[in-house]
Write a protein that binds this ligand. Structure first.
Ligand code: HEC
Length: 134
């Protein structure tokens, strides 16, 4: 697991990732049902995107793709709409991984499915237990 953000200042927004916290209007549209559907999509039970094969079953990353739970981002600002956008377009030129992420993770996602899997990633990245002490 990569090192955690300084645990003494977990409430302090730094450069990137927490910019959406509190002020992320788009995120207010997320419902528990979307997160549940997003979980199924992420794990390939619904739809044909296999996010977990690269990002890992718990989204904690692998040699192929980054940890999505850390609250640190390479390719998005970490806002809900930023996460939707990066999943929709994929990552043609990864910053620190050998191969690109294809659009929609290589599958076909309807707009509601895209928003749901993004909602799942969004809430994973903001879980309290993923912050603070290692
Ligand atoms: C073929 C492997 C692969 C698959 C499948 C895949 N990804 Fe990715 N993903 C990547 C890579 C590579 C990156 C870019 C990492 C980098 O910049 O080094 C990435 C980046 C991301 C990011 C941005 C992370 C950041 O740090 O900014 C998100 C969010 C994401 N993926 C979500 C998903 C979701 C959701 C799915 C399924 C719909 C998915 N990915 C499927 C490989 C994959």
């Amino acid at each position: 697991m990569p090192p955690k953000r300084d645990s003494t200042s977990s409430a302090a927004p730094t450069t990137d990732t927490l910019s959406g916290l509190g002020g992320d209007k788009a995120a207010q549209s997320i419902t528990p049902a979307m997160v549940a559907l997003g979980d199924s999509i992420f794990h390939g039970k619904v739809g044909n995107s296999l996010c977990f094969t690269c990002h890992g079953p718990e989204a904690r990353g692998s040699t192929l793709a980054p940890d999505l739970t850390s609250g640190r981002w390479l390719d998005t600002d970490g806002s809900y709409s930023g996460i939707v956008t990066v999943i929709r377009s994929g990552v043609p030129t990864p910053k620190s991984h050998p191969n690109p992420m294809p659009p929609s993770g290589g599958g076909v996602l309807s707009e509601p499915m895209l928003r749901s899997v993004a909602a799942y990633v969004y809430q994973l990245s903001r879980r309290k237990e993923n912050r603070g002490a290692p």
